[in-house]
Design a protein around this ligand. Structure first.
Ligand code: SF4
Ligand code: SF4
Length: 305
């Protein structure tokens, strides 16, 4: 990567007034790309690092203008008049988007330099000052893929609190490099059983545990985030693993249960994703049971989000 590239990243969303992504009122910046492939991922379009075409059938008026605009043959209608999008042919030229008057087409993922990102979010700064706790949270995807960008952003946004929401699956050196500039890590612990972690997330959890240990030893502020997926990790093996982590790394500030939700479902259509799995959405009783069970196992400072 050239020095210039290090100061650019692909952003696929910016959400303002977030109150669940770290302390205070925050602007969440979603960076594209992830080395994991969690089956329950609610941003599956973000796993690939490259920009991707997005098509919303609910907004499409079937005018057909995109068909002639696209030289790659991405858009066609079938015999019944349904709009078929061949996402795999798309070269992200953006020609079809220019012709669509109904905002049915867009690109997810835009290159930003650190200066452009600062310019984009500087109108949010007054909100960060409410309670003096707010700031920017980098999330994704896996934002640690862009650790040099985050470090460069922190250099020019010196007075802004910066948090990183991470799967923990990144080189330890990347964590070491950003650590002095980061106020808090929202660190996922997904599945305690190593084989199950490989099966459901596409990689082992060993590096993740090493990084959690490293951050803890360095005195980083850490919130442990716990995605709980019915039938995948809502069992005592995992809950005992969580209790052990909270015991062994006892300066972790708190743990947050993130119950599975099906928000990723609509994205299957928008991005033409294949093989996206769906799980059952937990009831309120299930969620409260998880909270109770983890407390019984000795986990303190735990809450349900
Ligand atoms: S241009 Fe837009 S509204 Fe018209 S067919 Fe294409 S996606 Fe649908
Ligand atoms: S780590 Fe997060 S972004 Fe990456 S695949 Fe898992 S849930 Fe999705």
């Amino acid at each position: 990567m050239s020095p210039i590239d290090r100061e650019k990243a692909i952003v696929f969303d910016i959400q303002r007034f977030s109150i669940h992504d770290g302390p205070g009122i925050r602007t969440s910046v979603f960076l594209k790309g992830c080395p994991l492939s969690c089956e329950w991922c609610h941003n599956p379009e973000a796993q690939n690092k490259n920009p991707r075409l997005m098509y919303k059938n609910s907004l499409c008026r079937k005018c057909g203008l995109c068909i002639s605009a696209c030289e790659q043959g991405v858009h066609t209608f079938d015999a019944s008049g349904n709009h078929i999008v061949n996402f795999d042919f798309c070269k992200i030229s953006g020609q079809c988007i220019k012709t669509c008057c109904y905002e049915a087409l867009s690109i997810s993922g835009t290159w930003y330099s650190v200066d452009e990102l600062l310019e984009e979010i500087k109108s949010d700064f007054p909100y960060f000052k409410i309670g003096n706790e707010g700031g920017v949270t980098f999330t994704g995807g896996e934002p640690m893929l862009w650790s040099e960008f985050i470090a460069a952003f922190a250099e020019i946004a010196k007075d802004i609190s910066i948090c990183i929401e991470t799967s923990g699956y990144a080189p330890t050196k990347a964590f070491k490099d950003v650590l002095p500039k980061i106020d808090m890590f929202l660190f996922d612990w997904k599945i305690t059983n190593k084989e199950k972690h490989v099966k459901y997330c596409g990689a082992s959890n060993e590096l993740i545990l090493e990084n959690l240990k490293f951050l803890h030893e360095q005195g980083a502020n850490i919130i442990l985030r716990l995605p709980i997926i019915p039938g995948v990790n809502d069992d005592d093996e995992h809950f005992l693993g969580i209790a052990k982590i909270m015991h062994d790394f006892n300066s972790i500030i708190a743990a947050e249960i993130l119950p599975y939700h099906s928000i990723g479902k609509s994205k299957v259509e928008w991005f033409g994703l294949k093989n996206q799995k769906m799980f059952s959405v937990p009831t309120q009783d299930q969620k409260l049971f998880w909270l109770k069970r983890l407390k019984e196992l000795g986990v303190k400072n735990i809450l349900l989000t």
